[in-house]
Design a binder for this molecule. Structure first.
Ligand SMILES: [Ca+2]
Length: 369
């Protein structure tokens, strides 16, 4: 066995050095502009050799094969290429002011767990990690809770996307993949016609009827993951109806009125059919905040349903309106009742559920799960 390994190592070594040496050597050592001490170069005592080079690239090429070399100072005027022998550049007291033509590059230190090399040569936290220089994983959504948190089954968990100043609770359910519930109307024990601030901050019990809050949804959908929005509405017989998923759903920030956004080009049929079809870019409105953009119309007040509105028709759905649950299961046909005409027509919704799920993990069982 050891003989085989030696033979493999021998062949590999021979191959590396006989055919690919220059390329391999060029690729071994990366360089970056030293970020620690701007406009400074290594002091002379940390430079151990001076050679000539026609360019910065050629100077780097002189450094690469030298195991002692980890930095260069190159003068584009006189073509002096000085090789540095230590990581001294990490301490500005080892540096001095750069001359007018002096360029300084160093070999970036390896990045730690949870880090990657940033564009300016400093390690930064990878997506999903925060707190450089001690990058730790954070829980940005239910999928993170499932994989990295203390998952004990479907239920309420704390998450904290980067844009959220503090952790907040969300109901997480795992069916093939993790669902982040943003709205639930199942028990009809919660008033949904509420003022602006309630919708900004969220209300209700995340374990029951609730709205997660525009600020929380904003933070959740503007972290490093792509979500698609799914809607489930149920009729009196508890039959389920499903709204087409809206891919890469995002909520814009407070300053822009928390607009509803999705990636139009990510859909095979454009735009996707459903209540949200015409709501791209619509701002959120409540009975005390008319953002629908239509003069003399106040959709949220008319519908008694705070939601995204942007035209005089005031939408083809009203998920936050009064949950009438009429006997017989047919809509009353009034403005102020829950309806979802794209999937139910005149059938009255008795339950409405909305959740976000990671787009990259499209749920193959949908909509039969
Ligand atoms: Ca208006």
């Amino acid at each position: 066995m050891s003989g085989v390994l030696i033979w493999i190592a021998f062949v590999f070594t021979q191959t590396s050095f006989s055919t690919a040496q220059p390329v391999e050597m060029m690729g071994e050592k990366r360089f970056a502009k030293a970020p620690y001490c701007p406009d400074q170069i290594l002091a002379p005592q940390h430079l151990y050799q001076k050679v000539k080079a026609r360019s910065t690239i050629e100077c780097m090429a002189q450094c690469r094969p030298d195991a002692d070399c980890s930095a260069i100072v190159y003068d584009t005027g006189n073509h002096d290429c000085q090789l540095g022998d230590s990581k001294a550049y990490e301490n500005c007291s080892n540096m001095e002011a750069a001359g007018p033509n002096m360029k300084f590059y160093h070999e970036p230190p390896p990045c730690g767990v949870g880090e990657e090399m940033g564009p300016d040569g400093i390690c930064v936290c990878k997506a999903g990690f925060k707190g450089y220089p001690n990058c730790v994983r954070y829980l940005s959504d239910c999928d993170d809770v499932y994989h990295y948190g203390n998952w004990t089954g479907d239920g309420v968990y704390f998450i904290q996307p980067l844009l959220s100043a503090q952790p907040f609770q969300v109901y997480c359910r795992f069916i093939t993949n993790a669902r982040n519930y943003i709205m639930e109307r199942r028990k009809n024990d919660m008033e949904f016609n509420r003022p602006w601030n309630d919708y900004v901050n969220g209300f209700g019990d995340v374990d029951g009827d609730h709205f997660l809050g525009l600020e929380n949804i904003y933070a959740l959908t503007n972290d490093h993951k792509r979500f698609e929005l799914r809607v489930v509405v149920k009729d009196e017989a508890n039959d389920r109806f499903f709204e087409n998923p809206y891919k890469e759903t995002k909520i814009g920030n407070a300053a822009s009125g928390y607009p509803f956004l999705f990636n139009v080009s990510a859909h095979s049929t454009l735009p996707p059919v459903g209540c949200f079809q015409s709501l791209y870019g619509a701002k959120f409105s409540t009975s005390d905040r008319d953002n629908d953009g239509v003069p003399n119309v106040h959709c949220a007040a008319l519908r008694e349903g705070p939601w995204w509105y942007n035209d005089a028709s005031c939408n083809t759905c009203n998920p936050t309106g009064p949950l009438v649950r009429p006997a017989g299961g047919t809509r009353l046909g009034v403005d102020n009742e829950v309806f979802w005409t794209h999937v139910l027509g005149n059938v009255a919704p008795f339950k409405v559920t909305m959740f976000l799920v990671l787009q990259s993990e499209f749920n193959s069982c949908w909509p039969n799960c």
